[in-house]
Ligand binder design. Structure first.
Ligand code: ADP
Length: 258
């Protein structure tokens, strides 16, 4: 039984069809990349998986249960999201933002316990954010804010981690650290990861499977070698590219012709 299963999903904002008869299955422990041009429906698909939006028709199942039937708090325990927009207007401290990841685990009316602080601090250590625990979130750089939001997602101890362009603001060192940490969580805790990215080589080198969206349709789904082909990229992005093999990993490597 797949952990996440989409069956013939259609979704429209007002009368604009954004997801068009989309079906896919994601197994527990898989790392899946969602790629596609601007406006192809990637962020909308993450919001459907997350239960924030419901399909107009078709079904989205997490552990074989429709997201509409999940209790909000239970879904929030199972799925953590690192969103694309990360500018908070509220003057929270970074540590408070990370502790928010513990909310779904707290009982009604209860405050954080020592255990929650311990988990939040461990997440901050992993993301190299402890140094600015006491700084205001809205005064951090975009990359620092992104790392705090990744820490919040880790503190949530989810089964499924959804990432929307979560590496764009990270410098090379923190990007490498983050990707290594994802791989470790994936291998040690069977964390299932679904990430949206514009970086096709990142998708190729870090995903087990890739979903290529085109105008809300599932244009291709499969291993990097099946999806990252010059013909698919030409058709979907309308650019000419060279696809060869990364000499280190043997995985597809894309180079843009200019
Ligand atoms: P992507 O993440 O692939 O860039 P999105 O899922 O963000 O695509 O958007 C898909 C389409 O839906 C776009 O045409 C976008 O303009 C439109 N859209 C996104 N959010 C909304 C919204 N809240 N209301 C109306 N249209 C939206």
């Amino acid at each position: 039984m797949p952990l996440i299963c989409g069956r013939n999903i259609n979704f429209s904002y007002a009368d604009k069809l954004v997801l068009d008869n989309l079906s896919f299955a994601i197994e527990e422990g898989q790392v899946v990349a969602i790629i596609g041009p601007n406006g192809s429906g990637k962020t909308t698909l993450l919001k459907i998986i997350n239960g924030l939006l419901l399909p107009n028709s078709g079904r989205i199942l997490i552990e074989n249960k429709d997201t509409s039937q999940w209790l909000r708090r239970e879904l929030a325990k199972a799925i953590a999201v690192v969103p694309q927009e990360n500018l908070s207007i509220f003057p929270f401290y970074a540590e408070e933002i990370v502790l928010m990841g513990r909310f779904p685990h707290l009982g009604n009316y209860s405050f954080e316990h020592k255990k929650d602080y311990r988990i939040a601090h461990a997440a901050m250590e992993k993301t190299d954010t402890l140094a600015f625990a006491a700084r205001r979130f809205d005064q951090l750089s975009a990359g620092e804010r992104q790392r705090v939001l990744i820490a919040r997602a880790l503190a949530q101890e989810p089964k499924i981690l959804l990432l929307d362009e979560s590496t764009v603001f990270l410098d090379l060192k923190h990007q490498a650290q983050f990707l290594a940490m994802l791989r470790q969580l994936n291998q040690e805790q069977k964390l299932t990861v679904v990430f949206v990215t514009h970086d096709i080589n990142l998708a190729s080198s870090h995903a087990d499977r890739i979903i290529l969206l085109y105008s809300g349709k599932n244009y291709a789904i499969g291993s990097p070698a099946e999806v990252i082909t010059a013909a698919n990229i030409k058709e979907v992005y309308d650019v000419n590219v060279l696809v060869d093999q990364n000499p280190h990993s043997g995985l597809p490597r894309m180079t843009l012709f200019t």
